[in-house]
Design a protein around this ligand. Structure first.
Ligand code: NAD
Ligand code: DAU
Length: 335
């Protein structure tokens, strides 16, 4: 099978591409703009493989996207590309709208024109908004996004599903919880806290740190997406959760323990505006349809992740150079 993978130079997309090249016979064409979050180093392990090609393009640029479809003639698309960071979407919402909404529209139009046989749209549990105890969201839970990021993702989910209803485009939507693992850009909670702890910098915890997230190891997420690509029913939505709900402060304390650092590094800072209190998902639909279940337990996944950051200080320093520092200063000095 020939696949286009958008956002394949990012955190999750690159894990998916490395997995496809390593474990399947598929050909993979990565379509990526290489924003601050896109990094060809993440694809270095597959760069010499004849089944891998890289196409630099903006998914919101219809002409450029058309050219990639014309060149690749894909059987399937797995669509990861997005502005993925909530804090950035609060500072600069237009990027989220342009990439997550208009970019997804452009991809759908190209898939329609080229009669792509399967279109997997990678989305997020954030579209459900904050979920009160004791409920867990299934796929029919109402959408109530809180941030420009999650509102843009919810919009794109609806657009994707509308292309199934209106044009019979064979789409599938996945909604996953918080990922963690190697190659994670150090603006997100876990890699930021690991890299700050390793550098003896303070660990900025938003608000009271009692917000709850469900943690999913990135390889488990990628296996889940692949099972949806292979076995999912078109027009359907599938949650992908890690069965691992933890308050942020507990995650931070486990990172301090795993890095051997003291809890005095914790610094409570001003909360994120519109901060969702709790995310929680049920995976039952995906497990029933495909047999998929998360395999990695959190402490083993965290140990492997800390180990990767210890072994790759060069990767961390390179992604932190330039534009990163500007965002870090904007986000944290104002808190
Ligand atoms: P990321 O920020 O690490 O990577 C995004 C990738 O998309 C980068 O390679 C970037 O260059 C590319 N990109 C951004 N704008 C583009 C554009 N206009 N055109 C082409 N390429 C563009 O993101 P991630 O954390 O790997 O997330 C991937 C997907 O998974 C996103 O759709 C996100 O909403 C979803 N998701 C993420 C998580 C998570 O915890 N990170 C959880 C659930 C769902
Ligand atoms: O739930 C899935 C989502 O998870 C994905 O759709 C997003 O793409 C991904 O970025 C992630 O969103 P979150 O906002 O949950 O992730 P983030 O790592 O930014 O924050 C996780 C929690 O930690 C959240 O409650 C905010 C808090 N936090 C975050 C940072 C960066 C802190 O307390 N301090 C921090 O410095």
């Amino acid at each position: 099978m020939k696949l286009i993978v958008t956002g394949g130079a990012g955190f999750i997309g690159s894990c998916f591409v490395r997995m496809l090249i390593r474990e399947t016979d598929h050909s993979v064409a990565v379509l990526d703009k290489l924003t601050y979050a896109g990094n060809l180093e993440n694809l270095e392990p597959v760069s010499d493989n004849p089944r891998y090609t890289f196409h630099r393009a903006d998914i919101a640029d219809a002409e450029a996207v058309d050219q990639v479809f014309a060149d690749v003639q894909p059987d399937a698309v797995v669509h990861f590309a997005a502005e993925s960071h909530v804090d950035r979407s609060i500072f600069a919402p237009q990027d989220s709208i342009n990439t997550n909404v208009k970019g997804t529209f452009t991809m759908l139009e190209a898939a329609r024109k080229y009669k792509t046989a399967r279109f997997v749209h990678v989305s997020t549990d954030e579209v459900y908004g904050s979920i009160d105890e004791p409920y867990d969201a299934d796929e029919n839970y109402p959408l109530k996004p809180s941030s420009p990021y999650s509102a843009a993702k919810a919009s794109s989910d609806l657009l994707v599903l509308a292309y199934f209803t209106t044009y019979k485009l064979p789409v599938l939507v996945t909604r996953a919880s918080n990922n963690y693992g190697p190659y994670h850009f150090p603006e997100k909670l876990i890699p930021l806290m690991i890299s700050n702890a390793l550098e003896n910098k303070s660990l900025p915890v938003y608000g009271d740190g009692m917000q709850i997230r469900d943690w999913l190891y990135v390889e488990d997420h990628c296996r889940g997406i692949y099972s949806v690509l292979e076995k999912g029913t078109t027009g359907e939505v599938y949650n992908i959760g890690g069965n691992c709900s933890l308050p942020n402060i507990e995650v931070v304390k486990r990172i301090l323990a795993a890095t051997g650092k003291d809890e005095s590094l914790i610094k409570y800072v001003q909360d994120r505006p519109g901060h969702d209190r709790r995310y929680a998902l049920t995976n039952e639909k995906l497990t029933k349809a495909t047999g998929w279940e998360p395999r990695m337990d959190f402490d083993s996944g965290l140990t492997a992740t800390v180990q990767w950051y210890r072994e790759n200080p060069g990767w961390v320093q390179r992604v932190k150079s330039g534009e990163y520092q500007k965002f870090y200063d904007l986000n944290y000095t104002s808190r």
